[in-house]
Design a protein around this ligand. Structure first.
Ligand code: 5CA
Ligand code: ZN
Length: 407
């Protein structure tokens, strides 16, 4: 499917630093060590509603990963899916009386526009699940050949007993897994399953639902196997980072890793699992199903998209935080201060601020620390420190290339 347009990235002098990221499966921060090409898969939207600030926050975190790797001299191969056929999408389409394909297309297009406005670098492969249903069925066939699947009525399940690595990503207890599985689209109580945590790979056709032909009869992919298929076919196993919000740790990334491992015999499926915190509103996680959403499209109608970007970057990507209306005003102030400072004929040492921004971002994406470094420079420039005539242009370039903020 069409990706979105790439913003131009300013070039910077010198070289960036190796990136350390908190890896959920290692339960500590570790240095990423990509080859010449760094490979990253970031789970995309389920396109039944507009992009909210929680989504944007997650995608900005991985945009920083992309930018830090580029700055360190890597080519970045970034892949993202769109879950363009799934229960919530079908339900919403039915509710509002439009074709599910039209709903998905409309929301994906709005998502592209939002990502462009926020200057998020586009994926090299932007893949809708409906484009790869045949490949998903093939992967399920491979899992079947390994004896990892069984059927309940005509639905195909993955047998958790077939996965020696199950639990390695989240490290959660079985009790916690069962709780989250029930909350997040799983069916622990379904009769006929061998283990409550076994998960759906292929959902047999139901009346009125879309279906594709397959070796297991007509139906559609289960959720986790879509991402496993797309990641394997675009990036191959052992890719550098699998990313998403922390609500994807379990079951999604846990189950996807097991599928990848059993299908290929290779481990790790991803070298690091990286998760962004949840953005809330009024004490609850911002989510489409709860309806407590602040849409990017609405916010950027009233404010400079660069202020929206700065408002999100003001929080560390791993923290859970609450959106409040005043945050956009302080981000707009910050943007104005930075913009005036880079218009000055000179400022304090620009190389020093570039080094600080690089260091802060390389340290598990400390964006608030990077913002503080630019704040301090801008304040000194505004106060009349003018030792370096190259500094304004260099700070402008650093804000653009590393933080994605066009001044
Ligand atoms: N299509 C699946 C992934 S394969 C999905 O989770 N879609 S989603 O539309 O629900 O979420 C898209 C991305 O935004 C996911 O990475 C999810 O973890 C993240 N996300 C969802 N809600 C929030 C939130 N409130 N705060 C931060 N990130 C969120
Ligand atoms: Zn996914």
């Amino acid at each position: 499917m069409r990706s979105w347009s790439a913003p131009k990235i300013s070039s910077l002098p010198g070289a960036g630093l190796p990136l350390r990221l908190y890896d959920t499966s290692a339960r500590e921060a570790r240095e990423t060590s990509p080859g010449a090409t760094a490979r990253i898969y970031v789970c995309g939207i389920t396109p039944y509603d507009a992009t909210h600030l929680g989504h944007a926050n997650t995608y900005l975190a991985f945009d920083l990963v992309n930018r830090v790797w580029l700055d360190a001299g890597h080519d970045v191969h970034f892949t993202q899916n769109a879950t363009d056929v799934d229960d919530p999408l079908l339900e919403r389409a039915e509710q509002i009386g439009i074709d599910w394909r039209d709903l998905a297309e409309r929301e994906i297009e709005l998502f592209r526009t939002d990502m462009e406005a926020l200057r998020v670098l586009p994926p090299r492969n932007y893949v809708g699940v409906t484009e790869v249903v045949g490949q998903v069925a093939e992967l399920i066939g491979r899992l079947k050949d390994k004896g990892a699947t069984y059927e309940v009525d005509d639905d195909v399940y993955f047998s958790v007993a077939a996965s020696p690595k199950f639990g390695a990503v989240s490290g959660y207890s079985e009790e916690r897994m069962l709780e989250l599985f029930a909350e997040r689209g799983g069916d622990p109580g379904r009769e006929g399953k061998r283990h409550p945590l076994d998960w759906l790979l292929w959902r047999a056709e139901r009346p009125g639902e879309p279906a594709w032909p397959s070796a297991f009869g007509p139906g559609r992919p289960g959720w986790h196997v879509e991402c496993t298929t797309i990641a394997l076919s675009c990036l191959g196993s052992g890719f550098d980072v699998s990313g998403g919000g922390s609500d994807l740790i379990f079951p999604h990334h846990e189950m996807g890793a097991s599928e990848g491992h059993v299908a290929t015999g290779e481990w790790p499926f991803a070298k690091a699992y990286v998760h962004a915190g949840m953005v809330g509103l009024d004490g609850e996680k911002m989510s489409k199903s709860r309806g407590n959403l602040v849409f990017v499209s609405r916010l950027r109608g009233d404010h400079d998209p660069m202020a929206v970007r700065l408002a999100l970057l003001a929080h560390h990507y791993r923290s859970d935080w609450e959106w409040t209306g005043d945050q956009i005003a302080s981000a707009a102030d910050r943007l104005a201060r930075w913009r005036s400072a880079v218009e000055l004929p000179a400022g304090p040492d620009g190389r020093a601020v570039l080094q600080q921004v690089r260091e802060r971002l390389a340290d598990d994406l400390d964006a608030p620390g990077a913002l503080a470094a630019v704040d301090a420079w801008a304040a000194r420039a505004a106060g009349g420190e003018a030792t370096d005539p190259d500094a304004p242009a260099l700070v402008r370039a650093a804000a653009d290339a590393l933080l994605g903020v066009a001044l």
